[in-house]
Design a protein around this ligand. Structure first.
Ligand SMILES: Nc1nc2c(c(=O)[nH]1)N[C@H]1C(S)=C(S)[C@@H](COP(=O)(O)O)O[C@H]1N2
Ligand SMILES: [Mo]
Length: 253
């Protein structure tokens, strides 16, 4: 059994699910309801079994010598709106991260406060669904510390990241569950490869959620919201790509 759940791709490749269907990454396949339900059940199985067996397993970490010489920027390369542009021009000096929703203590955390919290640094590989990877170093407070400061309600099931950019007319957003929110490698990174995050990579703050694919790593995070449901939020599927293109909500690697 454990052999079969090494990865979602391996699982599907074995033909254990979906009668030998190959995961091609082609969007057209996603439009076919039968394929879609096969894939979604494979993902659910992957998520449940991976966690039952692995719990809070760590993503692989690398050495400084492994850093990619070039880490490309993907998706939005800039934040939108006058507020964002003003903060960017001021070096995010009076910018603050909003933390609200199902919390006892809503917060506005200045960048200086995020930098003053205990930090975690990690060198990890970023895998984009489009087929490229890069190794980078990330630093920032663990998301769990921020959630603790805000006293997140036990009723919370999802943490939502609201971003400053707009893609194809819709705001970018993402969400994760509490298991990933409390994972030790889930951090709010303000530093990349030893320097403050640049705009293209999501300044001033972006999520690193190391056991999932690139699109889950929200850039330009302005607001973090604790919720007990994803229903009623934009398209209801928990993320920009999930709503617009049917990408999986749980994008485990
Ligand atoms: N706000 C926001 N976050 C985002 C995106 C985006 O377009 N907007 N693109 C996602 C995708 S698909 C990838 S692969 C990574 C790219 O991160 P990078 O630009 O640092 O390489 O950011 C993710 N987070
Ligand atoms: Mo991506």
């Amino acid at each position: 059994m454990t052999r079969l759940i090494l990865s979602r791709r391996a699982l599907i490749r074995t033909g254990a699910l979906g009668g030998g269907l190959l995961l091609t990454g082609c969007d057209k396949l996603y439009e076919q309801p039968r394929f879609r339900s096969v894939l979604e059940s494979a993902e659910d199985l992957h998520r449940v079994t991976q966690r039952a067996l692995g719990g809070q397993a760590l993503a692989r970490e690398f050495a400084v010598s492994d850093l990619s010489p070039v880490f490309r920027a993907n998706g939005s390369r800039e934040g939108a709106g006058e507020d964002y542009k003003r903060h960017l021009a001021q070096g995010f000096e009076d910018w603050a991260l909003r933390v609200d929703g199902l919390v006892a203590r809503p917060l506005d955390l200045p960048l200086s406060a995020l930098k003053a919290m205990p930090q975690r640094a990690q060198i990890t590989r970023h895998d984009c669904v489009e087929g490229w990877s890069a190794i980078g170093q990330w630093q920032g407070p663990q998301l769990s510390q921020v959630l603790e400061l805000a006293q997140v309600s036990p009723a919370t099931k999802y943490i939502v990241f609201h971003c400053a950019d707009v893609l194809g007319g819709a705001p970018y957003y993402e969400s994760i569950d509490m298991m990933d929110a409390h994972h030790p490698q889930t951090i709010l990174a303000w530093r990349m490869n030893g320097r403050p995050l640049d705009e293209a990579h999501g300044a001033p703050l972006r999520l690193r959620v190391e056991r999932q694919l690139g699109y889950k790593h929200a850039k330009f995070v302005m607001r973090i919201e604790a919720r007990d449901t994803l229903a009623g939020l934009y398209g209801g599927k928990g993320g920009y790509w999930e709503d617009s293109s049917g990408y999986a909500w749980y994008a485990g690697i």
